[in-house]
Design a protein around this ligand. Structure first.
Ligand SMILES: [Zn+2]
Length: 141
């Protein structure tokens, strides 16, 4: 089993590689679209040689990774970040806290219709909404 070094997804078929700074990352097809694709080590070596700074390589790699994450924010939100049964978790935590849907919606400044859809898992909450729910109900989705 091979995992994508950026998003952590399992890579089906042949792994692809992209260069970030002087590092080479093994990535899935989706992530490969966001980087400079390399096909073999020789290409990576060539890129490394053109680099003059060495010290902050790790920092640059972290930065580059973060940029990639930002670019892919949408995909990650939809595909990977939220756990299974988030709707049920929210509903249970809400009821445990003795809150009605409308009350919770009011506390997080969102519409009840939005909360209802989230609880029914018809829509995935945005990061902002999710954080508000998590904070208020003290749960982790
Ligand atoms: Zn990936």
């Amino acid at each position: 089993m091979t995992e994508c070094e950026i998003c952590g997804a399992e890579i089906e078929g042949k792994a692809q590689y992209i260069a970030i700074g002087s590092s080479k990352l093994r990535v899935c097809k989706t992530c490969a679209r966001h980087g400079t694709a390399v096909t073999d080590d020789a290409q990576v070596q060539a890129q490394v040689k053109t680099r003059t700074t060495i010290g902050s390589e790790q920092a640059k790699l972290t930065q580059a990774k973060r940029r990639l994450y930002e670019q892919m924010d949408h995909e990650i939100e939809e595909g990977l970040e939220i756990g299974d049964e988030y709707g049920r978790k929210i509903k249970e935590a809400r009821e445990k806290a003795g809150l009605k849907q409308a009350e919770l919606a009011q506390r997080i400044n969102e519409k009840q219709s939005l909360l209802r859809k989230i609880e029914h898992e018809e829509i995935i909450p945005t990061d902002e909404v999710r954080r508000k729910i998590e904070r208020l109900l003290k749960i982790s989705l």
